[in-house]
Design a protein around this ligand. Sequence first.
Ligand SMILES: C[S@@+](CC[C@H](N)C(=O)[O-])C[C@H]1O[C@@H](n2cnc3c(N)ncnc32)[C@H](O)[C@@H]1O
Length: 209
Amino acid sequence: MALEKMDIYYNSVAETYDDRVRRATTDEDGYIVRMAAAFPMKENLNIIDLGAGTGLQLKPLLEKEATLRATCVDCSGKMLARLKKNLADYSDRVQVVSADFFDHDFGFEFYDGATATMALHYYSEAQKLQLYKNLRVGIKKDGFFLLTDKFCRSEFERKRTEARQPEGHYYTFTPLTVANEAALLFKAGFAEVQVCWAKSNTAVLLATR
Ligand SMILES: C[S@@+](CC[C@H](N)C(=O)[O-])C[C@H]1O[C@@H](n2cnc3c(N)ncnc32)[C@H](O)[C@@H]1O
């Protein structure tokens, strides 16, 4: 089957996406519930959310802390259009950037923290290493990166998929193991990585700059 470009795939599912993931916002072991519990909340945080999608994962954070501000980067215009509706009550604290996060300029020690929820398991180790290095520079000292994603037990299949993959950003699953993702974050310069929660193929990792 031909690979679909990431923005084309997510534009095609944007309308039904929220119904598919709604349980993650309510179930005890929903990844959004677990991510929100692990989020190191403080007053006046300025964060960036990579692959923010329709914003369902940001809603509980914005609800919980009235001073939280977020920049939401996503390559799918249709997912972001829904995000604007879903987060309409928080529009004064939410900035939307329609872009590929690999091309995003994170600045220098600009953000207090970053999140990526179910947005990075499509990418190769090499692609993520460069992204993590760029992201780390944009995060303040002692800032954080909260990664919630799918992981795998063995990377055999990933290596085969990566070997067949053309250059670019496609909708295809290439998750790492939790241990190798942590190793990659260390390699990018993060000082500490904590596994906050893991169940089946999903985990929440908190990396500190
Ligand atoms: C599975 S959805 C997750 C959305 C949201 N974070 C959530 O938890 O519901 C993955 C999102 O990441 C976005 N995405 C994937 N790769 C991207 C890239 N390279 N640049 C920007 N957005 C990307 C997709 O467009 C999609 O909206």
